[in-house]
Ligand binder design. Sequence first.
Ligand SMILES: [Mg+2]
Length: 190
Amino acid sequence: MNLDNGIIYVDVDGVLANWVQGLLSRINEAHGTSYVHDDWNSWDASIVPKGKKWWDYTSDREFWQHLPLYPWARELFMHAKVTGMPMAFLSSLPVKTPDVLEARREWLDEHMQGLWKWKPSEHLISANKKELVVHAGDLLIDDSPTNVNAVRNIVGAEVWCLAQPWNRGITQDRLSPNVILHRLEHLRKE
Ligand SMILES: [Mg+2]
């Protein structure tokens, strides 16, 4: 692993923002169900009622503005920052809800503020194909099997998959938040 001149890219949904809980709260509210985070264990979307799509529940700005924060999120961001490597948020915004970019920026500025001299939203990159952004020498921290597998095809790029119920199929470098924090500490430049 040679990350000397690389960039750390941190995904937002599923890594920092609890998008799944946000979605399940909306579904539970609408249909009287009681799904919890760990029930979302694949992207086959069997939880979404027939005739509905998940984006039917997430198309308003408020959804994105009020996504809950994972308990480790600020610490993970802080650890990435103090490595001394440049870092950015790399988020793929759903094409079905195109109006959410501003809400995403507001979310980052609210929840990641105070850890950086810049506004966090100034370091937001939106790309639905992350393999177009990540290069050899970069590190991506992500939760999506699609992104993890796509970026693993880039020779020299490093991918750490944050363990979530929906990425159990990933066998290599599927890591708990604590292990990710620990690994980031080892990337720190002297
Ligand atoms: Mg994600």
